[in-house]
Design a protein around this ligand. Structure first.
Ligand code: FAD
Length: 283
């Protein structure tokens, strides 16, 4: 077994300098709940670990009509935060339902996004809310829309010398909800998940955002399904048609958690439930 370098800087400038020096030879370590299992299974052999838990990146604040989350904010903090519960409800729901207490205490929102799992719960909610990802390097900071962030399973547009610094969420108008199905009722990875953001005017849908997870190599934004209901009366029939459209373009896989066939059925049912809840449809 080879030695692994370990850095735990306490300043962001120092962290960015280390990332610039080591590039792809540095692996950012936040809560470690995705990373450490990969190291333990020899799936990943990092040269240098760069721990970011001492940078003070654990905060939630409201600024200029947006919620700003530090990348190292824990899932437990997000689930319990009143601002998030009130203004970005789907994210609080996703955080609450992501893993058990031990996991949520150390798992971070930045790790959930940077890990780019197609079934990541918090990232799914963030996708339905058009969140922006702030990436910092010694060259400065750039912002990437979350819909453009994921390029494949475990792959993103983040460059090796960039730190995911913050997540910015335009405070949604209307209602946001998150639904997931796992192999158990709670504390488990998603077989499929969805997040819906609807702005309604009575029974008419004014704006719609639909995200679907664990149904393709990346999280999906279902723009064609959104277009079906935008400007239309949203009743249960329209919700079912919209959900069918949402899963039509998905490409789930068979794995140890579920078959592709089951994932399509589950994903479609989840979207119907989420739309019905967000639009207050009572059959
Ligand atoms: C028992 C268990 C249950 C789980 N249940 C769920 C669940 O229900 N739902 C769910 O979505 N996930 C679940 N997970 C997965 C995991 O907990 C989450 O994805 C978590 O949010 C990852 O955050 P982390 O801080 O632990 O990331 P880490 O493991 O530290 O990092 C993950 C990846 O992101 C990179 N990274 C982390 N932070 C940054 C940053 N700021 N800048 C650049 N790169 C960064 C790391 O280099 C690594 O590649 C579970 C994990 C376990 C072990």
């Amino acid at each position: 077994m080879k030695d692994v370098g370990y850095f735990a800087p306490s300043e962001i400038g120092e962290t960015l300098k280390l990332l610039a020096d080591y590039g792809a030879q540095a692996t950012v370590l936040a809560g470690g709940t995705d990373l450490v299992p990969k190291i333990n299974c020899y799936e990943l052999k990092p040269e240098n670990l760069l721990y970011i838990g001492r940078l003070g990146l654990d905060y939630i604040k409201e600024k200029d009509g947006k919620l700003v989350l530090g990348a190292a904010t824990s899932t437990a903090q997000i689930a319990a935060n009143e601002l998030v519960q009130k203004k970005a409800t789907a994210l609080a729901q996703a955080a609450y339902r992501s893993g058990g207490a031990a996991t949520k205490t150390i798992a971070t929102v930045g790790g959930n996004v940077a890990n780019a799992s197609p079934g990541a719960d918090l990232a799914c909610a963030l996708l339905a809310m058009d969140a922006e990802i702030a990436l910092a390097s010694v060259r400065g900071t750039r912002s990437v829309a979350i819909k453009d962030f994921f390029t494949g399973r475990g792959e993103t547009v983040r460059r090796p010398d960039e730190l995911l610094l913050e997540i910015h969420i335009p405070i949604p108008k209307g209602k946001t909800v998150f639904w997931k199905l796992g192999r158990r009722k709670a504390k488990t990875l998603s077989v499929a998940n969805t997040s819906v953001h609807l702005l309604m005017d009575g029974k008419k849908c004014v704006e719609a955002r639909i995200a679907l997870g664990a149904m393709a190599p990346t999280l999906l934004r279902c723009t064609q399904a959104e277009a079906l209901i935008k400007g239309q009366t949203l009743d249960i029939t329209a919700a079912e048609e919209c959900a069918a459209r949402a899963v039509a373009d998905s490409a789930p896989i068979d794995d140890q958690r579920a078959s592709a066939w089951y994932r399509k059925k589950a994903g479609q049912a989840l979207v119907v439930c989420a739309l019905a809840q967000a639009a207050d449809i009572n059959n």
